[in-house]
Design a protein around this ligand. Structure first.
Ligand SMILES: O=P(O)(O)OP(=O)(O)OP(=O)(O)OC[C@H]1O[C@@H](n2cnc3c(O)ncnc32)[C@H](O)[C@@H]1O
Length: 182
């Protein structure tokens, strides 16, 4: 069977791996390959609200579809920060499309310690702040804040992968999720 292609809206290896794994697990009857594209998010490097983060994922998805019109699936992740129920958190939005149907969803949130929240609210980015506090290099492209603060029980790729798998349910069972009800 011919390879199916998932286009990914980032060169960050964490995001590419998460997209590849989620598609390969959700649609295991097909072999998958990924194509990565650097596309603009159209929002700040460090989105500071859930609305801005969601918009970043949607903007990346739209740019990705223009950049790679022949892919079978399109996946865009955007990492962000907000106070959810008053608690400072980092989370991601994923936007996924097969060219017909589009779904957007937010990951489970990771609560951040006040020392990190204060620095983000002063204008710093989470990746460099984590590198600085935990003496890491480019942790955002490895386990991320999730890896460090869960003691390795989860990592950025696994959280993003699970977030995408949940949003793929309507694509797996299209008869249960009619397009005109979305
Ligand atoms: O190359 P791109 O796709 O832009 O990937 P990114 O990791 O740099 O960027 P995102 O836009 O997804 O995330 C926004 C910021 O949040 C940071 N970030 C998000 N999740 C993180 C995590 O788990 N650990 C460390 N930094 C994280 C990241 O450093 C970015 O500066």
């Amino acid at each position: 069977m011919s390879q199916a292609v998932v286009a990914v809206a980032s060169h960050n290896p964490v995001k590419i791996r998460a997209a590849e794994q989620a598609l390969a697990h959700s649609f295991a009857d097909r072999p998958w390959q990924s194509r990565a594209h650097a596309v603009p998010s159209g929002v700040a490097e460090q989105p500071m609200s859930h609305e801005e983060t969601r918009q970043g994922a949607l903007n990346r998805l739209a740019a990705l579809r223009q950049a790679d019109p022949e892919a079978d699936y399109y996946v865009a992740f955007e990492g962000g920060y907000d106070r959810l129920d008053g608690v400072p958190c980092t989370f991601a939005y994923v936007a996924v499309s097969d060219g017909h149907r589009t779904r957007v969803g937010r990951s489970a949130p990771l609560p951040l310690p006040p020392v990190i929240a204060t620095r983000l609210e002063a204008g710093e980015e989470l990746g460099p702040v984590m590198d600085d506090l935990f003496q890491q290099h480019n942790i955002k492209q490895r386990g991320g804040a999730i890896g460090i603060l869960t003691g390795g029980l989860m990592d950025r790729a696994s959280l993003y992968q699970d977030t995408l798998i949940l949003q793929l349910a309507p694509f797996r069972f299209p008869e249960l999720y009619p397009l005109n009800a979305e």
